[in-house]
Design a protein around this ligand. Sequence first.
Ligand code: B12
Length: 456
Amino acid sequence: MKCFLIDANIATSPYPVYPLGMSMVANALIKAGNRVFQFDFLQNNSSYEKLLSSIKKESPEIIGISMRNIDNVNSVNEEQYTDVVKLIAGQIKSVSNATIVLGGTAFSILPEQLLEKIGADFGIVGEGEYLMVELVSQLEAGKTPVNKILKAKSDLKGTGIQRAWYDKQILNYYLDNGSIANVQTKRGCIHKCVYCSYPYLEGKVFRNRDIQETIDDIQFLIKECKVKMIFFTDSVFNDRQGNYIELLKEMARQNISIPWTAYIKPEKISQSVIDLMLKTGVRGVEIGSDGASDETLAGLGKSFRFKDVIECNKSFTDNKIATANFFMFGCPLETVKSVELGINNIIYLKKTVSFIFLGIRILPNTKLHDIAIKQGILKKDDDLLEPVYYIAPGLDKKWMYSTLNEKFKPYRHCVFPPDALENSVKFLHKLGHTGLMWDLLIPDKNRLKGKKRVKR
Ligand code: B12
């Protein structure tokens, strides 16, 4: 069948992100014998004209739209991204009778609401490879599934998760605009953080991709696409089973070294693992600390405490590896006292940069959703298309905003609101800089790993 895939993500902060999900679905469709055209809306200047002329030229029978973000989860400066998808679907219908299928993380989080809002024919929740191929072959056989929303069981075996069909032209656009190329090494999340949708999106157990296939992706990106840095997109890179260590060992054995970054769960990392990271090119890591005090870490359902955050940062900074930490204020169990303690903890977290969010975007299928209903912050039938941010009862948002603003302002390494530096980063991207960027804010002149900027 002739398939046309559109990545409809228009978010450009902290940088535009290559549509990895769309490319994985493209690969599955191609392997199943379909003809696939990948269209990236952002790369095409968000031009409806270009989109429609491509659709007319390709005349596809099925059009898949990949929706990554619902909004920017930033209560202080809200942006939302689903209206544009409604417009895209409306425009498509004016020139094509193709079946429209929605997918991607944003769609998976709010499937019923988004199918209705956007007016597509079908939607696929969760990983799209298997169900999209299945849907295409059913439609080809003249069968129309009864259910409009199809739910993946997130049960593709790790080794069954195939490589993405990276589109070089699309990738070049992203690399030219400050992006870091992305590689997935596994799916799933075993953690129970109350606010997080990762286990819902990817399943509750880790499913490791074949290590050599992951390395083939990395080699392809280095050799064929001249990629200068890689982001391992796993929800948590340092999994307890140690798959990441096996991957790094194999990269080291094959002499592969490329600047890379990933999300790290706070825990002490042994020196031998840090040495492997250095050998394979680690440039900096993003630590998912989230809570700034033991009280809020407990309220978030975290299995670690603030001393682990300090220790984890130290494992890296002692080795001159740059770290960024992400924190949220207003968590369950937050009080005026824990806000004050948390602010101090962040200010005194050494040689790192911290990004601070106010409030937590409430998503369905999370424990926070239930907590918010119990506490009267949400009603059971609120559709959540419009973001609602959780702030623990008893705390005043205005007070929180002015306190965070005032206390963090003197410190370059404490970024509040989290997008405060967006314009400066965009300017650096225009000058051709790419990579972490946040490492420029680290108050340590010897932060070797981040010092040499990556240029495209
Ligand atoms: C890694 C990551 C990042 C990294 C990306 C780094 C990089 N260079 O790639 C960084 C830190 C930059 C980032 C930033 C942001 N992120 Co982020 N990120 C993720 C994360 C952990 C993984 C995304 C990923 O690459 N997955 C791997 C790919 C292969 O999977 P996938 O995209 O889901 O695709 C599969 C399915 O969705 C489906 N599918 C995808 N497209 C299609 C299309 C069709 C037709 C079909 C049928 C199926 C289908 O099939 C695919 C293969 O199985 C997700 C959470 C998660 N676990 O999914 C959040 C997530 C996507 N991010 C999110 C958000 C909000 C953001 C930011 C807006 C945050 C901010 N304020 O800065 C920015 C936006 C950046 C941008 N320009 O878009 C949200 C989006 C949902 C929402 N709440 O709105 C998520 C889901 C986290 C969450 N639970 O809230 N992010």
